[in-house]
Design a protein around this ligand. Sequence first.
Ligand SMILES: Nc1ncnc2c1ncn2[C@@H]1O[C@H](COP(=O)(O)OP(=O)(O)OP(=O)(O)O)[C@@H](O)[C@H]1O
Ligand SMILES: [Mg+2]
Length: 318
Amino acid sequence: MTTFTKGTPVIVADGLSKSFGDTRAVQDVSFEAWAGSVFALLGPNGAGKTTTINMLTTLLPIDDGRASVAGFDLSRRPDAVRRVIGLAGQAAAVDEKLTARENLDLFGRLYRIPKAERKLRVEELIEGFRMGDYADRTVGTCSGGQRRRLDVVASLIAKPLALFLDEPTTGLDPRSRVELWDEIRGLADRGTAVVLTTQYLEEADRLADYILIMDEGRAVVTGTARELKDDLKRDVLEVHFTSGEELERAVKALGGFADEYGANPAAKQLTIPVTGGSASSLKLLRRIEDSGIPVVDFQYRRPTLDDVFLTHTYSATA
Ligand SMILES: Nc1ncnc2c1ncn2[C@@H]1O[C@H](COP(=O)(O)OP(=O)(O)OP(=O)(O)O)[C@@H](O)[C@H]1O
Ligand SMILES: [Mg+2]
């Protein structure tokens, strides 16, 4: 099998578009994902992430644009593409009536891995991903997290050059999530091009070398996590109040500096974008104080990926 040097493009999408009736699910999306890296596709529900992945994994025909994986054109060589990719889709692909071990063997057969090699590979995966405890239980009796893990592990059976993981850690407990992050990072470090979607922005921050944020089918912004945060060109002041009423009074007192999008009544917290550094923050805090509104606590911080996401995605804040 061809190998790809780290940093060379393995997945190339150029102007991908897909509509379902009147719904323009994906519109003119282009990106490259490189060998040895993790590429994160982020966006609110319905942004077009799964549709993009389904096109790139040959599950959905492309309406417009073109794409290739490992040099194979998706429309002309779909069979060749299927041989070099792994996919853990958003919906589970494993058979509930089989055990984890049988499922892995079945996936190996689908990839036409010869029997002896398949047996070794299945054992290697069960051991490597610490699935020994439940490898011989029918999947129907496994926990949601164990099934999700099996789904991800099954996508690795043929040592793919390009791995697509659609929300791989949804439903996993914090420890399993961190373990899976380590595994995904390890796969990328060994040369796989990983395309990942997630709603956990901390996950993208930790794992992704490169990020593309989609909204309503379009690519809205792209860059490394650091670039995306720096591009906001502002910091964040978070202020905590004793009650929702005082929070509301503070929003009024700050006039144009704060708005209802930054107000979280349940947490009694106001998030204010600050462009003028700590001097501006002090001015804002003083204005709150001068209005006689007590401040319980405040934090002045650099933007997180959540701030980036909320800035660029309309549907997330609407
Ligand atoms: N098979 C389908 N038929 C009709 N509409 C579809 C189909 N699949 C997706 N869509 C629509 O396309 C748009 C994009 O959906 P998609 O599943 O790609 O979003 P997503 O970004 O993966 O969202 P989520 O975060 O909820 O998984 C949505 O408006 C969705 O309703
Ligand atoms: Mg999806």
